[in-house]
Design a protein around this ligand. Sequence first.
Ligand code: 4NP
Length: 159
Amino acid sequence: MTVHVLFVCLGNICRSPTAHGLFEHIVSEAGLSDKIVVDSAGTGGWHAGDPPDKRAQATAVQRGYNISHLKARQVNQMDYQRFDYILAMDEQNLNDLTEFKPVDFKGELGLFLELAGVDDAREVPDPYYGGDAHFNHVIDLIEHASLELLERIKKEHQL
Ligand code: 4NP
């Protein structure tokens, strides 16, 4: 059985591609790439087709991750059929995802940090209008939560 994980933010150019790239890297290091499929999307479609924001790419590289190959896309109805975990970066993303959730969605939809079991923060804050410190904070939160999320998924799916 393959577990499908989708990270969602607003634009899919800062937070969710960072989570996508980091989680995929951590999954690969754990030797679980054939068991866990990772993707990301934005609730908005303005940046569809774009690579991650240069600042998000640079912050990722500083921490040893490459996210330059990723391309933004907007969430769609098929995502609710395909993904077992749909993980929102903030409350607004979660509200939007909840609004469009079909009644037969069988997966888990929630805040990334909450579902990962991280309890020092609930949201990964939008860094788009911020500076380096904001992007560093985003990657700190995502790195910690990604490790916790993998442990949770391994337990839940006996991986
Ligand atoms: P993200 O950041 O949701 O983390 O990708 C943003 C990217 C773009 C915009 C807002 C947030 N925007 O307004 O274009």
